[in-house]
Design a protein around this ligand. Structure first.
Ligand code: C2E
Ligand code: CA
Ligand code: CA
Ligand code: CA
Length: 280
């Protein structure tokens, strides 16, 4: 669709055709994906920037589709929301992530915090709190080892209604993170109104290959100062170079994740990663 010129139109329609066909395939098989056990969680390690030790990981869902292969969450999460499946999928993600983390912590004798992504619909549909409580109970995971991530746009969508949900989640002892911080146009007033613990700086600020690398650094510095004055911890995502890592350590960013450290890994590979990282 990006190609311009004489063949632009034809190219466009062909690509659209593939997209529509894939969309239909996804749409037709999404409702059975859970019972067929086609979802999988990958884990990306998260590092403390003063000790450079692994302190936790973000759970990222993958769909192993029998025909399409690995489908990106960007391609099916929005559809799952539209179709009303997101609560069910989100429940599975919570249970799987908590079970895995509790088992890994016991096996490694190490504290870990797992971050789970939530969609706005999950917060609005009213089952979230029960799902979180059940996932914690069934896995016997300490609430302090679970963090929930929500984008600012998702939070703002229904600020008044969501505020109660967040307060209740906080009272369970889980922590709450603002994901993709800096990409919404929502203003900052909500930061003072909601009980959040963590700001995750969006990777568009972090990734040095962006054109305005230097301007971004000023923004990162300002975000970190603001977060500190609000008593929020800062996580940088999408860290790909050692240059940006040094900068982040210098300006007091608390934690980081990104390809420089590791890509998201399947559960067994993540376990190996943890084991080899701590054995020294
Ligand atoms: P996100 O929460 O912002 O997740 C970060 C994305 O950046 C992930 O993409 C991750 O694989 C990718 N990433 C990590 N490190 C780097 C890096 O150094 N460079 C670059 N370029 N990318 C990096 P992924 O796994 O494709 O997930 C995409 C989005 O799908 C997530 O964005 C999140 O919004 C959503 N998602 C993933 N899992 C879930 C889930 O279980 N539930 C819900 N509701 N949404 C999910
Ligand atoms: Ca996230
Ligand atoms: Ca993010
Ligand atoms: Ca994102």
């Amino acid at each position: 669709a990006k190609e311009e010129g004489r063949n632009g139109y034809r190219f466009y329609t062909e690509e659209m055709g593939i997209q529509v066909r894939e969309r239909m395939t996804i749409d037709n098989s999404l409702h059975r994906a859970l019972e067929r056990n086609e979802f999988e969680l990958y884990y990306q390690p998260k590092f403390d920037l003063s000790s450079l030790r692994v302190v936790g990981m973000e759970a990222l869902i993958r769909w192993n589709h029998p025909q399409l292969g690995r489908v990106s969450p960007l391609d099916f999460i929005p559809m799952a929301e539209e179709r009303g499946f997101i609560s069910e999928i989100g429940k599975w993600v919570l249970e799987e992530a908590c079970r895995f983390t509790a088992r890994l912590m016991a096996a490694q004798g190490q504290e870990l915090k797992v971050s789970v992504n939530l969609s706005a619909r999950q917060v609005q549909e009213g089952l979230l709190i029960r799902h979180v409580v059940e996932a914690l109970e069934r896995s016997a995971l300490t609430p302090g080892s679970l963090e929930l991530e929500l984008t600012e746009t998702a939070m703002i969508a229904n600020l008044a209604a969501s505020a109660d949900v967040f307060t209740e989640l906080k009272s369970l002892g889980v922590s709450l993170a603002v994901d993709d911080f800096g990409t919404g146009y929502s203003g900052l007033a909500y930061l003072g109104q909601l009980p959040f613990d963590v700001l995750k700086l969006d990777r568009s600020f972090i990734n040095q290959k962006e054109k305005n690398g230097l301007g971004n650094r000023k923004i990162i510095r300002a975000f970190i100062r603001m977060a500190q004055s609000l008593n929020l911890s800062v996580v940088a995502e999408g860290v790909e170079t050692s240059e940006i890592l040094s900068f982040l350590r210098e300006v007091g960013c608390n934690e980081a994740q990104g390809y420089l450290f590791s890509r998201p890994l399947p559960a067994d590979e993540f376990e190996t990663f943890i084991a080899t990282h701590e054995a020294r």
